[in-house]
Design a protein. Structure first.
Ligand code: F6R
Length: 255
């Protein structure tokens, strides 16, 4: 794992955007997109580079990580609508190249298989942007998810439903979702996880320095050959090897 320690959310966004930009400059790319608060500064910076520095997404195919079951794509709280509002509608990524699992599919199991196969058919994900839940989930792979799992239907953990309750009228938070699996995420050529804030600090520590364990699904990134973890000071605050990460970062930045 490569750990990048940043001073602010803006710097986290800039470092993640650098990685995305470097890949886009090489030609057509497949991106995996997380929704939520964590990647907001990354998307803001990518939008700025699109507007001010002509960074183009016209050759990008994008797959979202997950979607609530039961919500049609055009529902205000669907992840399809959210990623459009927060990122895709502000850049030149053609809408037909934005792919999300269909949360309102009649047969969710078949839809999950179809989505996983579509990622493979697109040549796999070049850069998967990830956030981490306070319980260590990535995508909606809740604790005890199989480390080899593929895109599938999952039950949301109570903690995740509580975290997301603010977006729904009382009692209407979905209980099921479709999510790329941990095996699917592991197949991405590069994984870029961004984490901000103190409430992620324990999960970040478990992911980076804890045992490989389905109890902390994000720890599967320990098996990834090209995982980059970009942290603000609060999210990094529980790490025990900070001096080592700082030194490695200094040397890496000189390469
Ligand atoms: C969202 C997703 C989740 C979030 C995680 C953190 O597509 O896959 O894993 O990244 O729940 O959410 P935020 O960033 O809102 O704290």
């Amino acid at each position: 794992m490569q750990i990048i320690l940043c001073d602010s959310a803006e710097q986290v966004g800039a470092r993640a955007a650098d990685l995305v930009e470097a890949r886009l400059r090489q030609g057509p790319a497949v991106l995996g997109l997380a929704t939520g608060g964590s990647p907001a500064s990354t998307y803001e910076e990518l939008i700025r580079r699109h507007r001010e520095e002509s960074l183009s997404f016209s050759q990008v195919t994008a797959f979202t990580l997950d979607e609530y079951a039961g919500l049609p794509a055009n529902h205000e709280q669907s992840y399809h609508s959210t990623i459009r509002r927060e990122f895709v509608d502000h850049v030149d990524l053609p809408l037909e190249q934005l792919l999300t699992p269909r949360g309102d599919a009649a047969d969710l199991v078949t839809e999950a298989d179809r989505y996983d196969a579509a990622i493979v058919a697109a040549g796999g994900i070049d850069i998967q942007i990830l956030g981490i839940g306070a319980n260590g989930h990535i995508g909606f792979n809740e604790p005890t998810s199989s480390l080899a799992s593929r895109t599938r239907v999952k039950t949301l953990a109570g903690a995740t439903r509580a975290d997301n309750a603010r977006f729904f009228p009382e009692g209407e938070v979905p209980r099921l979702c479709l999510t790329q699996g941990l095996g699917t995420i592991r197949d991405a050529k590069r994984a870029v996880l961004v984490a901000l804030g103190e409430n992620k600090a324990n999960a970040v520590r478990a992911m980076v320095e804890g045992p490989l364990s389905a109890h902390c699904p994000a720890s599967v990134l320990q098996l990834h050959q090209h995982a980059v973890i970009i942290l603000d000071p609060a999210a990094a605050s529980q790490l025990s090897l900070l001096d080592y990460y700082r030194e490695a970062q200094e040397l890496n930045d000189q390469l």
